[in-house]
Design a protein around this ligand. Structure first.
Ligand code: NAP
Length: 242
């Protein structure tokens, strides 16, 4: 049976690595990848997937448009097997000087959009009595980091939602989990201060996690091996927070 998985934020970074990982999996996943831009790298993946991956241009900050978008996708593909809430934005800056609109944007993209996406995707999963929801958090949710208060709040919110929702959906065979990556070298983390970078590297005893490492954790939560795992956070950080 083909298992349809919706992954947000696929144009680059962890979302792109997740789709590549799922297409290489022995499980016959069909992946719908969503982001605002159709990047050349994701386009390559779609072309080489033999029809197993597709792209949809969508801005998840457009919260009002999410219900119809999901309704249309479910009408076309049936209930999804999985939802990977990966799309996210960084927006660093000390809270005291951060614009209210920037705070709202971080919370909308990183927290409210995943909640609304999950609300509509889980409705179809409830009828199917199966499904996997994977939320991409961050170690910052529990460690904190200078200049990332709004971001940390959004990720801690995702982890709280994961625990509560795992209780709501568990009886219907649906799991809800988080992957919490440590620092990964992606577009999001470009331009980080060299001194901060040196200390981040020092702490990661196994070396910095790469998007493919976190993508492997996502694949685990979608797999048969994780059928009895829910409400958890799996940290993938090269040992930084050990
Ligand atoms: P990235 O390279 O900046 O990629 C972010 C992805 O999200 C892009 O594909 C982007 O595509 C998409 N996106 C952003 N805003 C969107 C919107 N409004 N609507 C739809 N798609 C949107 O970041 P990344 O490092 O891969 O991060 C992926 C996830 O991992 C995020 O949730 C992030 O918080 C988390 N994370 C990252 C790190 C790290 O060190 N990099 C550590 C821990 C957790 P478009 O711009 O084309 O829309």
């Amino acid at each position: 049976m083909v298992k349809t998985v919706l992954v947000t934020g696929v144009s680059r970074g962890l979302g792109l690595a997740t789709v590549a990982r799922l297409l290489a999996d022995p499980e016959p996943y069909h992946v719908i990848g969503l982001s605002r831009s159709f990047s050349p790298t994701y386009e390559e993946l779609v072309k080489s997937s033999g029809g197993r991956a597709e792209f949809m241009a969508f801005d998840i900050a457009d919260l009002a448009a999410i219900p119809q978008m999901i309704t249309d996708l479910v009408a076309k593909h049936g209930a999804f097997w999985g939802l990977v809430n990966n799309a996210g934005i960084g927006m660093d800056g000390v809270l005291a000087t951060m614009h209210r609109t920037d705070i709202e944007k971080v919370l909308a993209v990183n927290l409210t959009a995943p909640l609304i996406l999950t609300k509509y995707v889980s409705r179809a999963m409830l009828s199917a009595r199966q499904g996997r929801i994977v939320n991409i958090s961050s170690i910052i949710a529990s460690t904190g980091f200078h200049g990332l208060s709004a971001y940390a709040a959004s990720k801690a919110g995702l982890e709280g939602m994961t625990r509560s929702l795992s209780r709501e959906l568990g009886k219907r065979g649906i799991t809800v989990n988080c992957v919490a990556p440590g620092y990964m070298e992606t577009e999001m983390t470009k331009g980080i201060d060299v001194h901060q970078m040196a200390s981040i590297r020092r702490r990661a005893t196994l070396g910095l996690a790469e998007p493919a490492d976190a993508a492997g954790a996502v694949a685990y939560f979608l797999s048969a091996d994780a059928a009895r795992v829910t409400g958890t956070v799996l940290t993938v950080d090269g040992g930084s927070t050990a």
